[in-house]
Design a protein around this ligand. Structure first.
Ligand code: TEU
Length: 572
């Protein structure tokens, strides 16, 4: 029996503020823009809004490099604007979730400036500093072989104080040292600051990386083409993680706050239950990466080639849905965010013929799983990834740009360059970061005509935009909106009911049952571009069709032909 709670019942819409809506004509999205679209979100039937970071930042990593945790970057607006947005949301019974980046800060944060100023500074120990290693020849090297996600070594040499500091991400994102109790107190204070202001919860960036193995051992070699290696065995869910998360959980619980912790590299369901089981009081839910890494290999960088298999998707679905539910935990259901390519392009089809069907299939897949669903801005419109013909300088992300520079420094052949661009196009995080498509006017209504948007708008906005879709009963937007409404109306099964994967061995179809004490829901999804004949697992002749992206579902003589990417929700 699951205790009714608002964060279980809610659905979350992620806004990437730079690319959502510009209200002051500088080509960069802002809080004014978000405020002007609150009613759009309300009619989509999402109930919470998560803002990617809007704190002051040099934007080396688009705001995931925070230089002040208690202010708003002037490009986005002010604290007053945030209060206005919060009021607008709360008046409509919606919630506001902020993004907290607590594993690292910007190198321009006052804490780091102090920390690097001298070994004696009281904040020296707020970051991870280590002496160099020297070989027999007296040559200097980093303390270990860990690679950063965005660079070569995860360690940067500091001339002034003659030590290395750790940065698991960009050089400009030094890692905080959670071993230090006063740092932890300062972090707790940040949580209280925003909760007291009225914020309803947080998305916690790479929160499972805050506790590192204090021996800092060398990582095993998993990608031999590189000198430095991902050392996540030594910092993902490290030795003191549960102690640190309890520290945050104690505060969050007092405010009945929402929390979703981002947890890359975690595959062990027992370990996740230690975080999210109701009696643990750590976090309310986490993002695990199974679905968004179906096409990548552990230990390899984001630009290694790979394909994905539906059988792996089903395995992962079964694993997380059943374990977290039966273990008293809770899932977060997502497939897109600001770090991922668009799902229609990556897993289904963004061809003109099938794109709309694909988007609607994803709606049923994400919204009717057990757990809190997350919709990433533009996903409700079926937005697609970046076209292949964009040149490298249209990509702004630090991960892509650094990887490109490193690649180019090795004098690649023309064919190698072509191959690299293909994979960048497939995988780049910028695929999800292009500006929103509001309408058919120049600059898609994202910013005024004549203004240069901070990032190029994908060229298909004239056909794929909110203005067209809001009034079209057959659009992806309308389908997502209906599905989100049904989730609320049928919460007995969708929020609090059981989950069972059926037709497990079918290689084309994903099908599952959600069940409450009084009724059953059945979701059947054809993940392929072919018409597939499907044996209905139960008698469906008298069932009610609640949603069907083709309007032609009929199970005759216990079998049905499912069209390419057909997606159906039935009440049994
Ligand atoms: O991402 C962390 C993370 O590990 C991945 O999503 C990462 O983007 C991927 O492995 C790249 O290949 C979070 C944020 O969501 C991301 O935007 C930040 O850049 C990162 O943390 C650092 O703060």
């Amino acid at each position: 029996k699951i205790k009714p709670t608002w964060w279980r019942e809610t659905s979350v819409y992620q806004i990437y503020p730079a690319s959502f809506k510009d209200s002051n004509d500088d080509g960069f999205g802002d809080l004014g823009g978000i405020i002007s679209k609150v009613d759009y979100l309300k009619s989509l039937n999402v109930e919470s809004v998560w803002l990617s970071p809007i704190y002051p930042s040099p934007l080396k990593d688009m705001g995931y490099d925070v230089s002040d945790y208690k202010q708003i970057d002037s490009r986005y607006g002010s604290l007053k604007d945030l209060d206005t947005l919060m009021k607008a949301l709360h008046e409509r019974d919606m919630k506001l979730v902020m993004d907290l980046v607590l594993n690292h800060t910007s190198d321009q944060h006052e804490w780091f400036k102090e920390s690097r100023s001298s070994k004696k500074n009281p904040k020296r120990d707020w970051y991870v500093w280590k002496p160099a290693k020297y070989n027999e020849k007296g040559e200097r090297s980093p303390p270990n072989n860990w690679s950063s996600y965005f660079d070569t070594s995860a360690w940067e040499w500091d001339e002034a104080t003659q030590e290395y500091y750790l940065h698991l991400f960009a050089v400009e994102q030094p890692d905080l040292n959670w071993e230090n109790p006063s740092l932890r107190e300062a972090i707790h204070d940040i949580l209280k600051f925003w909760l007291d202001r009225g914020v309803d919860g947080f998305r916690l960036d790479v929160i499972n990386m805050i506790s590192k193995d204090q021996e800092f051992p060398d990582a095993p070699i998993t990608d031999s083409q590189y000198e430095y290696q991902l050392g996540y065995q030594y910092y993902a869910n490290g030795p003191r993680i549960h102690e640190y998360l309890s520290g945050l959980g104690n505060i969050l619980e007092k405010y009945n706050a929402f929390s979703v912790g981002e947890m890359p590299h975690v595959t062990d369901t027992k370990e996740v239950l230690r975080v999210v089981a109701a009696d643990r009081k750590e976090l309310t839910m986490i993002f695990q990466f199974d679905l968004v890494q179906l096409d990548s290999e552990p230990g390899k960088d984001n630009y290694a080639e790979g394909t994905w298999k539906l059988s792996d998707l089903k395995k992962s679905l079964k694993k997380w849905q059943s374990v977290l539910l039966s273990g008293g935990g809770w899932n977060a259901s997502f497939i897109e965010n600001h770090d991922q390519p668009r799902a229609v392009s990556r897993y289904l089809s963004d061809s003109p013929k099938y794109r709309s069907y694909s988007s609607k299939l994803m709606a049923l897949f994400i919204i009717f799983q057990s757990g809190t669903p997350f919709v990433f801005q533009g996903q409700e419109l079926g937005l697609a990834s970046i076209p292949r013909d964009w040149p490298i300088d249209e990509y702004h992300d630090v991960e892509t740009q650094n990887s490109w520079k490193l690649f180019m420094s090795n004098n690649p052949t023309k064919e190698e360059v072509e191959k690299k661009m293909n994979i960048i196009n497939k995988r780049a995080r910028d695929n999800g970061r292009t500006p929103m498509h509001w309408d058919s006017s120049p600059n898609s209504g994202f910013t005024k005509a004549g203004i240069k948007p901070w990032m190029r708008i994908t060229d298909d906005y004239k056909e794929w935009n909110a203005d067209i879709q809001i009034n079209d009963p057959e659009s992806p937007y309308t389908f997502w909106s209906k599905a989100l409404k049904l989730r609320k109306e049928l919460k007995g099964a969708v929020v609090y009911g059981s989950f069972e994967l059926v037709s497990e061995d079918n290689p084309f179809i994903v099908a599952f049952v959600r069940e409450s004490a009084s009724y059953k829901l059945f979701v059947v999804l054809n993940f392929t571009e072919n018409t597939v004949s499907y044996d209905c697992p139960f008698n469906l002749t008298s069932s009610e069709i609640l949603l069907d992206n083709y309007h032609n579902f009929a199970c005759i003589n216990s079998s049905v032909l499912l069209n390419p990417y057909q997606a159906v929700l039935l009440k049994l």
